[in-house]
Design a protein around this ligand. Sequence first.
Ligand SMILES: O=C[C@H](O)[C@H](O)COP(=O)(O)O
Ligand SMILES: C=C(OP(=O)(O)O)C(=O)O
Length: 369
Amino acid sequence: MNATLSTLTNAVHGRLIDTALADAALSEPSNPRHTLPLPSPAQLRQRLPCSPALHGQIAEQRDAIRAVLNGDDDRLLVIVGPCSLHDPDSAMEYAQLLAELAPQVSDQLLLMMRTYVEKPRTTVGWKGLMYDPHLDGTGDMAEGLALSRRLMLSVAELGLPVATELLQPMAAGYLDDLLGWAAIGARTSESQTHREMVSGLGLPVGFKNGTDGSISIASDAMRSAAHGHQHFGLDEQGRPAMVQTRGNSDTHLVLRGGNGGANYHPQAVAAARQMLVGQGLEARLVVDCSHANSGKNPLLQPEVLASVVEQRLAGDTSLRGVMLESHLFDGCQPLSGQLAYGVSITDACLGWNATEQALLRAAERLGGR
Ligand SMILES: O=C[C@H](O)[C@H](O)COP(=O)(O)O
Ligand SMILES: C=C(OP(=O)(O)O)C(=O)O
């Protein structure tokens, strides 16, 4: 563009912006919103850095997870931990227990910790540590982001791969360098925005089937995420940006059951496998033992896990992983008054003792193959 044209263009844009600002100043907002600035991803990463040693560990863990998901390593991937983290002390006590168990079962199971700081809600409810770290509705997201990153760093420093659901695409850049694996939840697998985000991630990602049980939304998501996209997003400095991604084919389907019931039984697994292969996708399956696969009864998760183990032993090599919702103690509690330590404030979880027993049993059974 020559200098005169550029000056003219700037002058026109300048006038448009001035007019827009004047209009904005004059018009009454019909639904006023309050905003508070947040740090940029770069600022938070600088404040809570991932050391080169940790960075190397996470890269190795991603490769190990990929090897299991691709079937090059015949261990079972296990994504296990609280439905949501709401209290750093109980989260770290849980992480310690898991880190002690991991080497005991590592010949058969590759354990990673569910480190969930964002919760998708069916309607409304507490949306996770990242949104409301004080658990009081004040929405201190600056602290929520810092606390979430600090917790993930601490879990990773114990040597555990960190797994989380990425719900808000704008927030992924604050945490994604720390993750070994991520999920896109049942309520967002169909969302173009989430598929675009996944296409720019450098880690394995599981797309869950929809809450209605639809598995095709997840296979569509896998095909979309494998492509490069141009999308609206934020750069590292938090500025609005056109983001160009390269595509991510490191994805798989997570069977979590649906409104019609469970989908971990051999027939449902075979149908999922067939659909993926029919669409030219690799048959890589992870079974979520919780949610609709256990009818939301956390104590049934060991049964679902045992079924997956038996299906593998019977020769189903497409089943590559499982997910369990587990906390220090069984059940869940409402978010009000004095909270019991180590009990979920979102979905009901399986307590640690039963979780450990179920995982030891699975390892023993798989080890005897
Ligand atoms: O795993 C978590 C929940 O199932 C999900 O966040 C939905 O929860 P809700 O139906 O209680 O909102
Ligand atoms: C919200 C979750 O699951 P889903 O998306 O399957 O409901 C979860 O695993 O925390």
